[in-house]
Design a protein around this ligand. Structure first.
Ligand SMILES: [Zn+2]
Length: 114
């Protein structure tokens, strides 16, 4: 999965994944949210968590409490599976902030001792 140069695409890559029009490696999902592996990341176990409804930016997320509860459960799963030394949890809201796809997502990035 390449996330580069997708921002300007008319069809949202994440929505395509949710609609099973694009392959993805699902970690876990609920009725409202899904977590997938960012398979081309250099960080093993790098997860992307996003709402199943198309939501452009952070401000547009309607129930942040539910979203963060789901993020927390995915984070726990990543800790259990990969036992990283540390994790980075980040949301890039907007193109200038580094958001690559105009569908908000949270990155959970395991960091390992080198
Ligand atoms: Zn979308």
């Amino acid at each position: 999965m390449s996330l580069s140069q997708r921002y300007e695409d008319n069809e949202c890559l994440f929505c395509r994944m949710i609609n099973e029009e694009e392959p993805c490696d699902i970690i876990t999902e609920s009725e409202q949210y899904i977590a997938i592996y960012y398979t081309s990341s250099r960080h093993i176990g790098h997860a992307l968590v996003f709402p199943k409804d198309h939501v452009d930016k952070y401000d547009d997320i309607t129930n942040k409490k539910d979203f963060f509860e789901f993020i927390d459960s995915v984070h726990n799963e990543i800790l259990d599976i990969y036992e990283p030394a540390s994790t980075t949890i980040k949301i890039n809201s907007g193109k200038e902030a580094g958001q690559l796809i105009p569908h908000i997502c949270c990155h959970i990035i395991p960091q390992y001792k080198v």
